[in-house]
Ligand binder design. Sequence first.
Ligand SMILES: Cc1cc2nc3c(=O)[nH]c(=O)nc-3n(C[C@H](O)[C@H](O)[C@H](O)COP(=O)(O)OP(=O)(O)OC[C@H]3O[C@@H](n4cnc5c(N)ncnc54)[C@H](O)[C@@H]3O)c2cc1C
Length: 392
Amino acid sequence: MMKFEDTKTAYSLKTDNELFRAYLLFKMFSNHFLVRLGSKLALFVIHLGLPLEHLFKKTVFLQFCAGDAEEDSIAVVNSLSNLNVSSYMHFASEGQKTEQGMDDSLDRVLETLTISKQNNALPFAVFKSTALGPVDLFEKKTSGIALNEEETRAWDRAIKRINRCCEFAKKEQVRLLIDAEESWLQKAIDEIALDLMRKFNVTAEPFIFNTVQMYRKDRLEYLENLINTAEKENFQIGIKLVRGAYIEKENKRADEKNYPSPICISKEATDQNFNAGLILILKNLKQCELFLGSHSEDSTARVIQWMKENKLPNNHSRIWFSQLYGMADHISFNLAAAGYQVIKYVPYGPIKEVIPYLIRRAEENTAVQGQTPRELSLIKKELARRKKVKAD
Ligand SMILES: Cc1cc2nc3c(=O)[nH]c(=O)nc-3n(C[C@H](O)[C@H](O)[C@H](O)COP(=O)(O)OP(=O)(O)OC[C@H]3O[C@@H](n4cnc5c(N)ncnc54)[C@H](O)[C@@H]3O)c2cc1C
């Protein structure tokens, strides 16, 4: 089993100072109190425009974001590419509420696609559906509530924006991922994704990838149905498989509104569901392309094992391993060194806009069963290795 222990390979892009900064950050993330305090402070500082913005920029921003604008991020993309790691870029601004904001989000996706088509290191782009249409309409559509005339017009504009992204992506030959969101919005997103796959995935390779969150109890059935439909109707499926990012929100809402939580009962149940989803996709590689969005060493190792047992080459064109920029470098760079297709999610944007994304990263790393202890122990190991090399 691959161990991902080679820290020299994992951190070869990081200077000693950058590595030490990462160590301090993850150390801070392991403290709930500091993360809560830091998150509140970040929002406060940004809101008031205080000069402390510089502090966030030099620390958490540098760890998880590539820069303020696309052009700044290209340097990061190119350095990853030198180590055989591809990227997909995303303007990480969230929660657009106005029509103007949604038009701006569309422009951002189109700009990213334009940059991606000129760079082989950027084979994918991504969009979040609720950045292109009103959240409340995704909720109404998901619950089967009919839209009034004005809402219908707003919904049509959202669908137009999404189609515009896909048409442009297809023209520029850049594949598009659709992010997964909360369960009370997701059915509408799944229906759009299905329409898009029917329209754009009728070529030899899928262009549109929907995201499937395996922490949801019903997702294995969703995957089985999708594969059956695609087989019958003869289109290809792209799947970004993840565990799911909104567990607390999901359980809280289910509790408040008194319906059974859609989320698996335990981490173990999520893992079982996730692994079953993995194997289902791998067994159907003729119909599906797998984009594994995970920092789990166990899940990654399972895919590698399956590839070995089934004699698939490491660089199989239908299997991608993806991690977030600034996290799980030990997985990304060790996989890339062994010839697997690896792609990092590279967010960018002005610090004010990306703060919610950064807070989510900090909170995720604070979770009890999170990956921070592993990140910390590997960074420590590498710092010690470098110290020894210098001493010898
Ligand atoms: C490239 C990439 C793209 C992503 N895109 C999306 C996206 O579009 N939408 C989205 O929602 N998320 C997305 N994520 C985040 C992802 O869903 C996970 O939150 C994150 O990756 C942690 O899961 P893991 O597989 O890396 O690792 P692990 O540490 O093995 O798993 C942690 C996950 O397990 C689940 N879990 C933890 N405790 C419990 C419990 N008690 N009961 C049930 N389940 C539990 C949760 O989903 C938690 O996030 C993405 C992640 C990556 C790397």
